[in-house]
Every structure is written in C-alpha cells, then in structure tokens.
Design a protein around this ligand. Sequence first.
Ligand code: RAM
Length: 513
Amino acid sequence: MDHRPEYLKKADALKPALRVQRVRPVSGLPAEAMAEGDSLLLDFGNHHVGHVTLKLNYTGSHPDAPVWLRLKFCESKRELNESVEGYKGWISRGWIQEEQVHVDVLPRALSLERRYAFRYLRVEVLAVSMKFRLTVEDAWVDSTTSADDSALAPFSGTPEEEAIDRVATRTLRGCMQDFFEDGPKRDRRLWLGDLRLQALTSYATFHGDALVRRCLYLFAAAANDDGQLTACLFTEPKLEGDDNWMADYALFFISTLKDYVEHTGDRETGRDLLPVALRQLELSESYFDPETQLVRDGNAKSLTREKQSDGPETRANMVDQSAFFIDWNLTLNKQAAGQAVWIYCARDALRLMELLDEAAGRQALEEKIEARSAAAVARLYDPARGLFLSGAERQVSWASQVWFALADVLPQEAARRALEAVAKEPEATIMVSPYMMHHYVDALYHVGCPDQARRVMLDYWGGMVKLGADTFFELYNPANPDESPYGSPIVNSYCHAWSCTPAYFLRGTQRKL
Ligand code: RAM
C-alpha cells in the first residue's frame, strides 16, 4: 500500500502559522530627495526574512516620467560590492537578490512580491526626470518566521559564547519558515542533511518539534516509487522531491527520526515512519561491494564540476546515484567517510528500533554493523599511522577521521589519536563547510575532548562573528573567506541552516544522551 498521500496529509496538517513582525530601518531614513544616480542604503539592524514595502513620494513638479529603480538586498555588507554582471558560476544567477522596477505613479506604497533574506537594502535611482526628485518616506519589512521567540530560554556564557549563540539562534530562526529551509536566500528548500542539524538545534532552542515532525512527513511523502528519499524537496506549487540523490542524506532520515523520537517520546510518529527509515538501509546495500563489505570507491566523482567543452566549469555533476555528499570539498574521496556514515546511521537505526520495541531484523543489522566495522578497520585503517585512508589513492582526509570517530569503530583512545594525527598531516584533505565542522566538533566531544571541541567551535564560528555576521554562513574557510564552490560568493547564502549548531553545542545538548 502506498502511504505517501497519508504522509502528505499529516505534513499539511502540521503547516505552521508564520509570525510576522514589522521592522523599520535603523539607519538610512529620513533621507534626502533623490535625483538620477543617487542611492540610499537602508540598514534594518539585523538579518530578516520577509516582504518589503517602500513608501515613495516626490518633491518638485508633478512626475512627468516613470521612476526607474534598482533595489539590491544583501544579507551581509560585503554583498553590496559584488556585481551580478561578472557572475559566471554554475548556480543560477536567478538567486541574486536584485530587482529593477518602474514606478509610474507617485505617491505609492511599493510592496515587493518576492520574499527577501537581508539586512541591507540599497535603493538606487536609475532614472527620474529633471522635473522632480524621489523621496523615500518610509520603509519596512514584515519579517516572518515560524520560530516561537518566547520558547527561547536566555543563554548566559562568556561574551564570546553569547555572541555566537545569538547569531546561531538568529540563523535557525531565519530558516524556520513553512518548513526548515536550508537558506532563506538560497536554496529555500528542505534538505535532509540540513534538517537533521536544524532539528537538533531546535530541540535546544525554539522547540519546534511539530516543524520537525512536519518535515519528516514531507520527506516520507516525497519518496520515489521505490521508497528512496530525495536529498531535498520543493513544497511549491506542490510537494515534489528533487531529482538529486545523496546516499548520506537519505540515511540521515534514520538519525533524524531517531533523534525526534528520543527527544519527544512521540512513538506514534516513530512507528509510522519506521518503514521509511529502514527502507533507506535496504536501498543502501547497493553502495557496498559484497566481497569487501566496503562502500565502493569512486564516490569522489560525486558533486565534482564537469568541464563543458564550450566554456568554464559550469555545472555540478550530481548524477551518480550512489554519491555521498559529506562536504563541499570537491577533491574529497568519500569512500571512508561514506562507510563511517553508513555505520553511524545503522547504529541509529538499531537505537530507533530499540526505542520502538521493534525486534525484527535487529540481530541481522547488528551483525552487518560488526562486519562493516571490521572491514573498515582491516582495509581502510593504517595502524602504523593511526589514520583511516580513503579510496584507491589512499587519501588522508579530516572527514574520514571525523566520521569514523562518530561511528564508534575504534576504541575511544584510538579514535582520539586519529583526530590528533590528521592535524599533523599538512597534506590532509581539509573540511570546507560549517556542516563538516559541526561533525568535527561533535567528534571531539564524542572522543572526550570537550575543551578542544569548545575551542574549535569558538574559533571557527567566532571567526564569522568577527567578520560581522548577523547569521552564520553556508560556507566559511577562515583562510579564504571569499571561497565558494559555486563560482562566486554572490550566490552564497549567509544565513544557512547547517551553520546554526553552535547553539546546540553551547546549550549543552549532546547527540548521545
Ligand atoms: C547546498 C545547500 C544545502 C546542502 C547541499 C548539499 O546546495 O547549501 O544546504 O545540504 O549543498
């Protein structure tokens, strides 16, 4: 029987009402009347997600020609200096928050149809006639979120910690709309990998349990005919899974459901969705070589850019259906980390079955975990170097060590040594996203290094705070803050779901309770 329509009904019933707050700029108004070529910068004081209205009027003679405006919405100040013209990256320039509008009649309250994610708005006058000047009398954003601010307990720590917590919770708040968006600027989609981290952070902050439940049902409803979960989905104009499959993201449905049941005690939802979760494990069998019990090598090809004959690198290859995502580092070999992610999620499946008193299949799964852990130690681990190596080229990466630490494959002491050893390998393939950094911090806690975990978190996320972040970015490489896997930072998202987790760590909720 196809349960998807039923799942969709449940998801729809959980659609939240958005909370709206009208916010006006903290600087920029009142402003001088503007002639052609003039511009005005409005600063709304913090990051907002919402709809904007500008109250426009004029001075001088009755307008004898339309006003032509360019409006540029920016999440971070640095975006103000980036230009759309030079953009040649492979993600659509449609995401760039820039508009040109003509206003025929003044006065007018110009309400823009799109929702924007921004703090700064630059209003540039491309044209007014010489007979009048444009005035901006008022401006506001109807800022929306489904997060319940009253559920957020005050947090006290050092000033550094408090600043990080403030930015982290603001990030999650901005992403909490009809569902957990990955980024309210881009891609405005529900991604499974992001959802897992948003859910964990939400339990420690806004307590958006119903929103987590809704998102689990959305994924279940958007599965393909084979039961496979997509990496991300669209809800408009109607629910549809993206044709983008990631092995790790599908498996994280298990962990997200396990965390949800563990946190809420909602066994009914757990039982309802358990078959969807276990189906991901069944489907994941195709990633393994039955001989070696290892994830097949070759996943490094996933998400790499394909060079097109007619020009620069322009598009991502997301075609390999067995691809693990792991991180945005395009040179990362994913075999070892993929193996560890599978073990991690399979362990979560066991825990979920335990929570739901589901005995069937538990022993067989335990045996599989044993076999695949043993295969990893025998074939991927180099005891002399104390490191896991990945793929035919025996690549040393941070991601491999981090995920094997989280997967509990080695005794704690050896897992800790692997994390220490990789730090001494200058050639090791690095982590590039806050998503991967989250797992590094989590791994440090997990192997019993809370001080170092805290330090890494404060340095990394604190680095973004020092750059002036109101919300945490999708990508941040301290050594090169301009880095983007998309060809230019102009399409980067500066309020991004998977970056919100310092609030989860700071507020003391650990993955394994
Ligand atoms: C990017 C988005 C999203 C993430 C995927 C894998 O496209 O930022 O949040 O989950 O990568």
